[in-house]
Design a binder for this molecule. Structure first.
Ligand code: MRU
Length: 379
């Protein structure tokens, strides 16, 4: 079950509403999400009391973005365990709620494995639930820490590639604190550049059809005080042609063993533009987003979403019951078919560098990627 309530933390400014938090009120533990479908108009929190509410929140994009999906998935398993639901059933529903971001299944599996290990050691259900929760909390902390290290590596890379400073960076979708335990991935790098006075401008792609750039990245950029400008996705070409983009920084939902990058649809055209205009195309992602078990981009399952997200203006919520409508403003004739992949795949040869918390992979090769992943597994 999910409840909604307007944020009431009087002592906190809206920027400090965390994207996700675990709470233990007297009625029982809950997972509280900042409902990202309502931003920037309203800051409303969604309170999940079971894994099925969280599955719905994941599908509707109330909670979204690869690293945060991993954290949410892990907490979802803990929620099921703490509240006495079938943990394996919850884990399987959570892991498959969306197919492309590998972090989701990884986060779910991590909490589920902790739960299993506690039971195997002879622990009771309470101890097993506590182990699942501890694993979720640990993943949350690690993601925050990874975010800080990606920002450091990313800033150093920008300074190396663009020695003049005054970076004009183009970004796509949303990759800040709304998707992370910390300050995010690509956005965290832009933020680091802003803090040291080296970000001249953040170009924010609106990111059709659900406008994660306009609704969420512009929201985060405005709150951070950086200079930013919003553009429609199809204006990016003329911006490159005018020489106004020094680098592209994006996140990733899954990076395969060969270095192919699945990210929000519209990323691949940016990579092509960047190559044509000799602009670095930089992907920033934690090693939890690297999926060495998937060989290449062609093997990635790209989520296909409902057509109404394209034929209507911003209505990420579920279709109106009994109709094909999504409750948004129609922008196409009724019955129009839509092609609506949520992600696209950029081949490694178009990626200048992949920045992880363990270091930078450039040029992007299978060997270099595996080596960076091995560093994190050695610790
Ligand atoms: O469909 P979404 O909003 O979950 O897509 C998110 C993205 O594509 C992000 O760019 C990606 O998860 C990287 S977030 C650090």
């Amino acid at each position: 079950m999910a409840d909604q309530y307007a944020y009431s933390g009087d002592d906190k400014r809206p920027t400090e509403i965390p994207a996700i938090r675990w709470e233990e009120p007297p009625e029982g533990p809950v997972l509280v999400l900042l409902d990202q479908t309502r931003l920037p108009a309203e800051e409303v929190e969604l309170v999940c009391t079971d894994a099925s509410a969280l599955v719905e929140a994941i599908r509707s994009l109330a909670v979204r973005g690869a690293p945060l999906l991993g954290i949410a998935g892990a907490y979802g398993v803990a929620l099921a365990a703490v509240r006495g639901f079938d943990v394996d059933e919850a884990a399987s529903a959570l892991a498959t709620a969306r197919p492309t971001a590998v972090n989701l299944a990884v986060g779910v599996r991590r909490a589920q494995a902790a739960h299993e290990a506690a039971l195997a050691k002879g622990g009771d259900v309470r101890q097993a639930a506590a182990a699942a929760l501890a694993a979720a909390r640990q993943l949350h902390r690690e993601d925050a820490e990874a975010s800080g290290r990606m920002a450091e590596h990313g800033l150093a890379l920008l300074d190396e590639l663009l020695p003049g400073g005054g970076h004009r960076i183009l970004t796509h979708c949303n990759t800040g604190s709304l998707v992370s335990g910390g300050e995010g991935t690509a956005f965290a790098v832009a933020l680091a550049a802003h803090r040291v006075g080296r970000l001249r401008r953040l170009w924010v792609d609106e990111t059709r059809p659900l406008l994660q750039g306009a609704r969420l990245t512009a929201y985060e950029a405005a709150r951070s005080g950086m200079a930013y400008t919003l553009l429609t996705d199809n204006a990016a070409g003329s911006l490159f042609a005018a020489g106004e983009v020094d680098a592209v920084l994006i996140g990733a939902d899954r990076i395969t063993a060969d270095g192919s990058v699945a990210n929000k649809v519209g990323s691949y055209p940016l990579a092509v533009l960047a190559r044509y205009h000799h602009v670095p195309f930089i992907v920033v992602a934690p090693v939890t987003t690297v999926d060495l078990d998937t060989a290449d981009g062609a093997s990635i399952e790209v989520e296909q979403r409902a057509g109404h997200e394209v034929t209507e203006l911003v209505a990420p919520q579920a279709p109106v019951a009994g109709t094909e409508a999504g409750g948004g403003i129609p922008v196409a004739p009724l019955g129009t078919q839509a092609y609506n992949p949520a992600f696209d795949v950029t081949p490694p040869e178009l990626v200048t560098a992949i920045v992880t918390e363990e270091g930078v992979v450039s040029p992007v090769t299978a060997e270099a990627l595996a080596e960076v992943c091995a560093r994190s597994r050695r610790v």
